[in-house]
Write a protein that binds this ligand. Sequence first.
Ligand code: NAD
Length: 291
Amino acid sequence: MNVGFIGLGNMGGPMAANLVKAGHAVTGFDLTAPCPEGVTRAESAAAAAQGADVVITMLPNGAILRAVAAEVIPAMKPGAVLCDCSTVDVDSARAVAEEAAAAGLSALDAPVSGGVGGATNGTLTFMVGGPDAAFATVKPLFDIMGQKAVHCGAAGAGQSAKICNNMILGVTMIATCEAFALADKLGLDRQKMFDVVSTSSGYSWSMNAYCPAPGVGPTTPADNGYKPGFAAELMLKDLRLSQQAADSADADTPMGQLATALYTQFVEAENGRGMDFSAMLPRFEGRGRQG
Ligand code: NAD
């Protein structure tokens, strides 16, 4: 396939490189990042999109996605698919899909989980919203860049799945960390706490697979000085998107709201920026009862 790839940063660069390795012709554009080996550099986003069967975007946010989409849609060939893999707000994903449809094209929102490691190793998970036919067209590319692609529904369904999942993750990580800090103060051994909770009703991915306590459970960023992993500021981005969506859909999400407030404080007013999101545990350890 001829693929246009716009946004060749930490995630987009290795994703584009994997498409080249699998034999696809990739033309790339980024404002600053270099093109990976084998990707043909275009002079603009529109030039990267011209003649492409699929145009993939991997950009920082919804405002940039909307601007790039407005530039590339008029340049795309009839029947081509615009596939955005960035994490953006649901409203932007839907607006871009409408704009593409009005131009006779189709669009997918296909955010990923798996981070830079997943992008490099081709093991991302794609959560995809948009028409069946567009999903079928892009599926072979998802299979190269990732290990799983779930078609979640119509436009916006991919972003919706991603932010709902990550809202649960933010909330359960905070709950797991505050419970460890309480257990410490009650004199409960952390290993015993893990042994009980990981096999009882308090278990979760945060406890069982990504335990925030160093030396307990599987090896995680906690065992590496809380170096990310999944950075606290990326968790904050996703939590903010969940609350933007909750506002727009009139959904009551009190725990999501509180998790957003706590990660905002951690990242913006404390030392959370650049730390893994599980570094909430040392944060709670150092605090007494509030209020
Ligand atoms: P990044 O900042 O490394 O890459 C974004 C790239 O977009 C940059 O190279 C930037 O120069 C480029 N860009 C910005 N505006 C542009 C424009 N108008 N035209 C062309 N290029 C432009 O970010 P990243 O870590 O690669 O993340 C990309 C997206 O993936 C984000 O939406 C992020 O939330 C999401 N994501 C990231 C991770 C992760 O672990 N890094 C995990 C899952 C999802």
